[in-house]
Design a protein around this ligand. Structure first.
Ligand code: NAI
Ligand code: MG
Length: 369
């Protein structure tokens, strides 16, 4: 039984506190289902490393990651390092080099967690965001001229390619087939007449190959309002890198805490390892206090196992997560008093027997392929 090779990058701050819990949940679930274990490579790539050695990862970092089946990532960021340096020094190169063009983010309220929405329950808030993850506004194309002078100008160009939009749209429609057969495509094509209009046209073309899926286009401002006023009308939501980045933080807020929001950065062709991470950052102001919510990372670990084909193990983790969300112990961000490790141990301890996995409704997992 060959072990799964997993690269583990805890990063900075609370990344180092929550990643061990995600890993423990994955290991326990695989043990229960009698699946191959994880063989992990722990990598200290981080802002801490940058401050010590001058780079977030070694020169051959991407090649080393490429030898793994998947990557479990915590968060990278430090008050002592500009955020654009840390983001462009590690996470963005990984997403671009490995062509992790799908960023998938389930936005679902768990029983027992209070959503700030008066009507926010598991029935009304259950969306699956599909964010384009390699181009758009985060392509890194642009420049600054006359830097520091009164004539300074900065340009940042969004790059939308037909191929890039088509593949993300196709992925969204495929996921929609496994859910409520609805896709919301989000742009701003009234004001942004080149890139956003190309997006709309390509999504409409792709929609024609999925006649069983209903497609609606929304402007991003209206989509943000709709997430609050009528979230139940949204199921799969597909949007560009920037828009979905912003909307999914709103989604995390609707879930009740950023400490619950998980994401998968996927290369569906599986040519390169995919990366799984909580949506939140390194949260320096609570780092080291043992109070970070580990649930987002546990959820990310469930997505990782699902991607590896370990659907039962993944379902067991989600079930344990739902159990602890409902009955506690919960961390402070979701109204409890538990520490990271108390909440984490409860989740790992709640990972049940193999038979329970099949009782978990498949529709509640995000990644079915
Ligand atoms: P953040 O996500 O670290 O924190 C935002 C707020 O949410 C803070 O009040 C924090 O205490 C709280 N929070 C986040 N995760 C939590 C958890 N698991 N449990 C309880 N509370 C939690 O975002 P912020 O403050 O904007 O960024 C901090 C650093 O993290 C920056 O350097 C930023 O660049 C980096 N960052 C890195 C990301 C990544 O590695 N993917 C993503 C977002 C930010
Ligand atoms: Mg974000």
């Amino acid at each position: 039984m060959a072990a799964y090779k997993i690269a583990v990058v805890p990063g900075d701050g609370i990344g180092k506190e929550v990643v061990p819990i995600g890993l423990a949940a994955a290991r326990r679930a695989l043990e229960v289902t009698g699946s191959p274990p994880l063989a992990t490579t722990e990598l200290d790539w981080s802002c801490e490393r940058y401050l010590r050695q001058g780079s977030l990862m070694p020169a051959d970092g991407l090649a080393r990651l490429a030898e793994h089946d998947a990557i479990l990532f915590g968060a990278v960021g430090s008050p002592q390092v500009p955020d654009h340096v840390s983001l462009w020094g590690l996470l963005l190169p990984i997403r671009q080099h490995f062509d992790l063009y799908v960023n998938l983010r389930p936005v679902r309220v768990l029983d027992g967690i209070l959503s700030p929405l008066r009507h926010g329950t598991r029935e009304t808030v259950d969306m699956l965001f599909i964010r384009e993850n390699t181009e758009g506004e985060y392509s890194g194309v642009g420049g600054r001229f006359h830097q520091g002078s009164p004539d300074e100008v900065a340009l940042q160009t969004a790059v939308y390619s037909r191929r890039g939009v088509e593949r993300i749209a196709r992925y969204a429609f495929e996921r929609a087939r496994e859910r409520r057969k609805k896709v919301a495509s989000v742009t701003k094509s009234n004001a942004i007449q080149y890139t956003a209009v190309l997006w709309d046209e390509v999504v409409r073309d792709v929609a024609e190959s999925f006649p069983d899926v209903e497609m609606t286009s929304y402007l991003v401002d209206a989509a943000a309002a709709r997430m609050v006023t009528d979230p139940a009308s949204l199921d799969v939501v597909v949007a560009s890198n920037l828009y979905a980045d912003i909307l999914t933080d709103l989604g995390a807020a609707l879930q009740g805490s950023l400490g619950l929001a998980a994401s998968a950065n996927l290369n569906p062709s599986r040519r390169y390892p995919s990366l799984f991470e909580p949506v939140h950052g390194s949260a320096p102001e609570i780092a080291g206090r043992g109070i970070a919510n580990p649930m987002a990372t546990v959820w990310a670990a469930a997505l990782l196992l699902e991607h590896l084909g370990e659907r039962d193990a993944s379902a067991l983790i989600l079930q344990a997560l739902e159990h602890v969300a409902r009955d506690g112990p919960r961390t402070a961000d979701v109204g409890g008093r538990a520490s990271t490790s108390e909440c984490g141990s409860a989740i790992v301890g709640a990972i049940g027997s193999k038979d329970e996995a099949s009782a978990f409704p498949a529709s509640r997992s995000a990644l079915a392929e």
